[in-house]
Design a protein around this ligand. Structure first.
Ligand code: ZN
Length: 328
């Protein structure tokens, strides 16, 4: 299958390490530009170095990114570009553009530096998680990208001798923090996630009752209401917050029409699609099953050839519909 061969060709550049704005990412863009020309697309680049292959007015775009994390996998990003080229070639004279964004993994993201926007955007991406593998389903329609809040909470106690201070006379900051960690975990329901990933203990000595403990908090949820509810249940003041982004409009309708009954997921990771949606472009995403437990950002990243085939078929059918809808 040509899509898989092309993913191998990209992977051969830098052995899975194609960092943003390096000669490896440049080489991947050169390769993709050649495939775009072969597919009958007109190649151009913008100031950020984003690569476009256009046919006609091209008010509908599809694509992803060609950069990777260090020692990344074959599929993350690359699949979305290669599949869109394939779809564009199959669709013959449909007016659309394939886009390869720069620097998705490390920023400054090329998709944040666009000087023009399409009327609709569709991104095919691997799931990068275990849900589809567990469901036994090859593809999913993505309905949104989670919102996120981060902060930290400190607990004050009183430093004291671990041997001579009676248990009932202690003010142990870490014991309070430990109860808080459990509360954080129990506050995440209905697809929300809440994590304490870091704890700082002062003075941090084995023979001293802790005087101060600080816990980090990371909360993610599919809707703003859920995010608010989890933050309230935990009882902390976020220092940073990003609102959830909904996939909407004609792109979402097109995916649902070509994949009736497919599972619908909310992405726990950010993507170029998030940037376009936040800029007001009607946007949707199609996920293809990740194998090996959903591992990604690793050479073990894997999706099956037959799943990729189904994904390319679905992307092609959805783009065909979308181009028709946008032209109406
Ligand atoms: Zn990606």
């Amino acid at each position: 299958m040509r899509v898989l061969d092309r993913l191998d060709e990209l992977y051969a550049i830098g052995g899975g390490s194609r960092l943003a704005y390096t000669p490896e990412e440049d080489a991947a863009h050169e390769l993709a530009a050649g495939w775009m020309r072969e597919a009958g697309l007109e190649v151009s680049r913008d100031e950020a170095g984003n690569l476009f292959g256009r046919r006609g007015e091209a008010r509908v775009w599809s694509g992803s990114h060609l950069d990777t994390v260090p020692d990344g996998g074959r599929f993350d990003g690359a699949l979305g570009v290669v599949a869109a080229v394939e779809a564009a070639e199959r669709l013959g004279d449909a007016q659309l553009a394939v886009v390869a964004f720069r620097a998705e993994e490390s920023g400054p993201m090329g998709s944040r530096r666009l000087t023009e926007h399409p009327e609709a955007f569709l991104e095919l991406h691997i799931e990068q998680g275990p849900t589809l593998e567990r469901l036994g389903e090859p593809l999913a329609v993505v309905t949104g990208i989670v919102g996120q809040a981060r902060g930290s909470v400190s607990f004050e106690g009183r430093a004291a001798h671990a041997g001579t201070t009676p248990m009932e006379e202690r003010a142990d900051a870490l014991v309070e923090a430990a109860e808080f960690v459990l509360r954080v975990r129990n506050s995440a329901r209905d697809g929300a996630r809440a994590t304490v990933g870091a704890l700082e203990v002062e003075p941090g000595a084995a023979n001293v009752v802790p005087a101060r403990a600080t816990a980090s908090v990371d909360v993610r949820a599919p809707t703003a209401e859920q995010l608010d509810a989890v933050i309230e249940a935990i009882g902390f003041e976020p220092a940073w917050r990003q609102e959830p982004i909904a996939m909407t409009g004609a792109p979402l309708d097109a995916l649902r029409a070509v994949l009736p009954g497919a599972p619908e997921l909310v992405s726990g990771a950010g993507h170029d699609a998030m940037v376009l949606a936040a800029a007001g472009v009607p946007t949707a995403m199609l996920f293809v099953r990740s194998l090996n437990g959903g591992i990604s950002h690793s050479p073990d990243e894997l999706s099956a050839g037959e799943d990729v085939e189904l994904a390319v078929d679905a992307l092609t059918a959805a783009l065909e519909r979308l181009v028709r809808t946008v032209d109406e």
